[in-house]
Write a protein that binds this ligand. Structure first.
Ligand code: ZN
Length: 158
């Protein structure tokens, strides 16, 4: 057996263990927040919650939110507005029907805070390496997503 095969097997085992240890508690934390945090009632309420939570995270950039009844997820993205807004970036958060809670806003804001929304490729894409060697999907799975869930539910800024 080649040594590379052995290393490969260890890496797969390590990734599997990391996934298992992450996924149970993280899923529970995620569910807790999405079920029990304050519900966002309307567009004006969303704006107010974004302003409050953005202040706690000390995010300088403009962040705008929208409620989207056709989605059952929340996500964020960056919009570059070279003309308006003095050339500064604007971030947007879209909240679908199901995660329409304060914790979902906290989650997306933490992605913005940590630059997860600044990546060129969508964070779920497999084909865009970051840091030279880590596929974005692994980054998302092992770093970006656990980090955002820990902030959303426990307020930990990792
Ligand atoms: Zn996320």
């Amino acid at each position: 057996m080649s040594v590379y095969k052995d290393i490969g097997r260890k890496l797969i085992l390590g990734a599997g263990l990391a996934l298992m240890s992450y996924s149970g508690p993280l899923t529970a934390l995620n569910m807790k927040g999405l079920c029990f945090s304050e519900r966002i009632e309307n567009q004006a309420h969303l704006k107010q919650v974004i302003a409050e939570e953005r202040g706690k995270l000390r995010i300088d950039s403009d962040v705008r939110g929208e409620l989207n009844d056709t989605l059952t997820e929340a996500y964020c993205w960056k919009e570059s507005m070279s003309d308006g807004n003095g050339g500064k970036s604007i971030y947007k958060i879209s909240l679908g029907k199901i995660p329409r809670m304060r914790d979902a806003v906290r989650h997306e804001l933490y992605h913005i805070k940590r630059g997860d929304c600044d990546r060129e490729a969508p964070i779920t894409g497999f084909n865009a390496p970051i840091l030279g060697f880590v596929p974005t999907d692994l980054y998302y799975l092992f770093i970006a997503e656990p980090r955002a869930i820990l902030y959303q539910s426990l307020g930990l800024e990792l």
